[in-house]
Design a protein around this ligand. Structure first.
Ligand SMILES: [Zn+2]
Length: 292
């Protein structure tokens, strides 16, 4: 992932560094000059025109996904940052940056094991029942796909499973789901699974009915901890789009930021995409990579 700087005016590639610009809220920003057309510019590193420092914004994201309420985060930040940011602003940052990072993370491919397991959790938004569906690689614990949806239609579930197929390629041999009726069709569409006619015997559908769940304790525990950790965000009040972004942010936190005791205190990403190197502030690293 090498950064190539291109002139925003003439698309020229012959660019040199041209000093730094002091900004009011974000410190120094690198400036560039195009040697073809002499245009001078700086690059949007993800925080262009933001009135707050990237450290404040990324620590807000981290506190939120670690389980703090928006009002508590506002109180906390007020103590250490000069400018008071209202919790509704904090919410907008989280939505904005979760969407930004997802343009990177939705397109990554992983080194997975051979089994995927899907799970559905019930959430509420404006008094209505919604669902969060995730598909996890049982070996690396990487969440290869997820989506927040109004209802578990064939189309919605197929979109999530197709995404998990994209992320894992030909590595999967077994897909474990609950007994929800739509799954055989969904897996046929996304993975070509057809156990009845053995059209694609390379991938098997393993159905586990609800009362027998808990057979894969490690993954079951993970799903329980997702339930616990997202409790604070389980009652959504805004649009479907912002609820989707908030849960996308949780997927990012889960895969790239949070360390798992179950896998040697590593993040699932360190297991599933070891070639991706992130700095200590993983949120900041991901935002900058997404903007390359
Ligand atoms: Zn130029």
């Amino acid at each position: 992932m090498k950064q190539e700087i291109i002139c925003e005016k003439c698309n020229g590639k012959n660019i040199k560094k041209d000093g730094v610009r002091e900004t009011k809220n974000r410190g120094k920003v690198q400036r560039y000059k195009c040697l073809s057309c002499s245009h001078r510019f700086s690059i949007d590193d993800g925080f262009w025109k933001m009135k707050n420092h990237e450290d404040k914004i990324t620590s807000c994201m981290n506190m939120y996904y670690a389980g703090m309420s928006l009002r508590k985060i506002q109180e906390h930040l007020q103590m250490f940052a000069p400018k008071n940011s209202h919790y509704s602003t904090l919410y907008r940052w989280i939505v904005k940056y979760a969407n930004m990072i997802s343009t990177l993370t939705n397109n990554l491919q992983v080194q997975s094991g051979q089994e995927l397991m899907s799970d559905e959790m019930e959430y509420h938004r404006l008094g209505e029942q919604n669902w969060f569906v995730d598909v996890m690689d049982t070996e690396t614990r990487f969440m290869v796909a997820s989506d927040y949806m109004k209802s578990r239609t064939i189309e919605n579930l197929t979109r999530v499973l197709k995404k998990s197929k994209f992320a894992t390629g030909e590595q999967i041999k077994v897909i474990t789901t609950d007994g929800l009726q739509g799954y055989p069709r969904v897996l046929r569409k996304a993975f070509g699974v057809n156990n009845k006619f053995k059209i694609n015997p390379k991938v098997q559908h393993n159905i586990v009915i609800a009362s027998e769940r808990g057979f894969n304790h490690k993954i079951e525990r993970l799903h329980n901890s997702i339930r616990d950790r997202t409790k604070i965000m389980r009652g959504f009040h805004g649009s479907l789009e912002s609820a989707k972004a908030i849960m996308k942010g949780y997927e990012i936190y889960y895969n790239f930021v949070r360390k798992h005791q179950g896998i040697d205190n590593k993040t699932p990403q360190e297991e599933a995409i070891p070639e991706l190197i992130l700095s200590t502030n993983k949120w900041l690293s991901l935002i900058k990579l997404a903007k390359l």
